[in-house]
Design a protein around this ligand. Structure first.
Ligand code: ZN
Length: 169
């Protein structure tokens, strides 16, 4: 699959090990033929700085609009360049997450398409957000840096390394 500019730009924000996994994942998705003809996958989110995370966190709290995240700065693995989100687009280039609101597809169908891709990412050793008990985040994948740590412990270690300006690898 030729990766679009958005995908390339988002991959470039990740730490090297996550970049490698993201590229391998995109290649494996292309080879898998798990999506209908003409559909494609983009990486729509990569690194989010603490400042960017804080802006998101304030939405629906101190700034207008609905709440979009429960993670303050430092509490999303996106803040460390180890996580990325996939977006699935249909043959007309429409982001399928937008289709239920337009009556074109059900939420369950959208969910199914994201779930089809999960075994591919997991086979590469990535953690899948759809496996979390706290929040079900099917487009989300992240590097499994420390397999013996739980999610909260992994985040704490990432925050600690970040606060010391240490390399995450
Ligand atoms: Zn995510």
């Amino acid at each position: 699959m030729t990766m679009d500019q958005r995908t390339l730009d988002n991959i470039a924000t990740l730490i090297p090990a996550a970049q490698d996994k993201a590229r391998a994942f995109m290649d494996a998705i292309a080879e898998s033929n798990r999506l209908p003809t003409g559909w494609y996958v983009s990486i729509i989110s990569g690194l989010r700085s603490y400042a960017e995370q804080d802006i998101l966190y304030q939405e629906g709290r101190t700034t207008p609009g609905p709440i979009v995240t429960n993670a303050p700065a430092g509490y999303s693995t996106h803040n460390f360049g180890v996580a990325f989100d996939l977006g699935i687009f249909d043959a007309d280039g429409r982001y399928i997450d937008d289709l239920p609101d337009r009556g074109i597809m059900s939420e369950a169908q959208v969910s199914d398409y994201y779930r089809y891709l999960a075994p591919i990412g997991k086979a590469l050793g990535l953690i899948w957000g759809g496996d979390w008990e706290s929040i079900d985040d099917e487009p989300h994948y992240e590097l499994n840096l420390w397999p013996d740590l739980r999610e909260t412990e992994r985040l704490a270690k990432l925050r600690y390394l970040h606060s010391r300006g240490e390399e995450i690898e």
